[in-house]
Write a new protein. Structure first.
Length: 441
């Protein structure tokens, strides 16, 4: 049966779905919980890279260089995310969405737990940062597969008029995981400094194994995507998904990546670089981490609200509003962070992450609706994870370099606004997918 003939069989299945059915609630819970656990692990590393890794794994370097090196290991995970999207996307498009979600969660949990057990540079020398980078790459591969699968398992089960909200549960896991990560590390910083550096920072990493066990219990009960089940009969006739994406959908791949970068540059500056910079400017570390935890709540609430709005008004208008707000707030955010006070940082990160949530809510459905079922996992994952590598992975490093070269916050703000403006153009060029039938794409 051809792709053009399938909508008559697939569309009714989507229309009959309900977000209130027991199976749909289980799917949304799995999408949210799994993503929250993955991002707890991933953002725990990002937060630790900002406040502790420079002293534990790069203690022999000058402070500025140690911070730069610590952010470099952070970037390694983001670079691995697109590869994870390709690898897991291949199997997700060929074998199913559910299986890759189990594997990605196990990978992330094991890697995070091992980081919590990793000897320091003082104990094993240069092997410590090398092993740290390797484990960060495993984290990147895992989260590269998690997001696409968690998003699609919800979106492809949901009724057409609620796809944006259902898909957002994978994104809602990100602020929830960030909140847990910041909160756990913040509690650890209450220990005396020597105890925190010796063992306190490890405890949040070791907790990952408990969270993964809970997540797997929920995830194993989820059924496969109905759209994939109907399409799977022709799996042997399809080309390799990543080749298909580049050969037949290059424009949507480029536009999706560009639009996703808008949200992820905000993440890289407001929730990673700003943490380290505020502390170096004199803001108290525990207060900064507490503010970051509160900001995750703002991100969560705005993501949920904008996801609802995108089902009513469309993906593009909501994303454009978020990017416009980010452009207007770019310089105020940097000046507040530069104040060196917890109060200034709190306002900056809460407003910044609230704006980030406006873009994040519709982003999952926006990306998924750019690609057909045969390559939807691969296409949407490569867009999001590629943007993560460029927008979030390198943003803290680039921001540190721009400030260190003497250009200061004015140069950083100008570059950031320029990137956001280009992303806004990408939204204007892209097509609106709110009313499209997934089976007809």
């Amino acid at each position: 049966m051809s792709a053009s003939a399938r909508p008559q069989t697939e569309a009714p299945l989507q229309e009959q779905a309900s977000l209130n059915s027991p199976q749909m609630r289980r799917i949304l819970a799995s999408s949210f919980l799994g993503s929250a656990i993955e991002f707890y692990d991933f953002m725990l590393y990002a937060t630790a890279a900002a406040v502790v890794f420079s002293q534990v794994f790069f203690a022999d370097l000058p402070p500025a260089l140690a911070t730069f090196a610590s952010f470099g290991t952070l970037a390694a995970g983001y670079v691995a995310r697109p590869l994870g999207g390709v690898v897991f996307g291949h199997f997700g498009d060929r074998l199913g969405r559910k299986g890759v979600l189990v594997v990605s969660m196990l990978m992330m949990g094991i890697a995070t737990t091992v980081i919590g057990l990793l000897p320091t540079a003082a104990q094993i020398g240069a092997a410590a940062p090398v092993l740290l980078v390797c484990l960060r790459i495993v984290q990147g591969l895992a989260v590269g597969g998690e997001w696409g699968g968690a998003m699609l398992i919800a979106l492809e089960h949901a009724p057409g008029g609620k796809r944006g909200f259902a898909a957002s549960f994978a994104n809602l896991g990100a602020p929830a995981g960030s909140l847990l990560a910041a909160g756990a590390l913040s509690l650890a910083t209450l220990l005396p400094e020597d105890q925190f550096l010796a063992w306190g920072w490890r405890v949040p990493f070791l907790l990952s194994i408990v969270l993964v066990t809970i997540g797997l219990f929920v995830r194993l009960k989820v059924v496969e995507s109905p759209l994939f089940q109907k399409f799977d009969a022709e799996a042997e006739k399809r080309r390799i998904p990543i080749i298909e994406v580049f050969a037949r959908h290059p424009k949507n791949l480029a536009l999706g990546t560009l639009v996703a970068m808008s949200q992820l540059t905000i993440s890289g500056i407001a929730s990673v670089w700003a943490v380290s910079y505020a502390v170096t400017q004199g803001a108290e570390r525990t207060g900064v981490l507490n503010a970051k935890a509160l900001a995750a709540i703002a991100l969560f609430l705005m993501t949920m609200l904008s996801a609802r709005l995108c089902d009513r008004f469309g993906r593009r208008p909501v994303i454009m509003a978020g990017i416009g707000a980010a452009i207007l707030f770019a310089y105020p955010l940097l000046l507040l962070v530069d104040s060196g006070t917890v109060a200034g940082f709190t306002v900056a990160v809460m407003v910044g992450q609230g704006i980030q949530g406006i873009i994040l809510g519709p982003l999952a459905s926006f990306l998924a609706e750019l690609f057909p079922t045969a390559v939807r996992f691969t296409g949407s994952s490569v867009c999001f994870q590629g943007a993560s590598a460029i927008g979030a992975g390198f943003t803290p490093v680039i921001a540190s370099a721009l400030v260190a070269t003497g250009g200061g916050l004015m140069l950083l703000g100008g570059v950031w606004i320029g990137v956001l403006a280009i992303c806004l153009i990408g939204v204007l060029i892209a097509s609106e997918g709110r009313r499209r039938n997934l089976a007809e794409i």
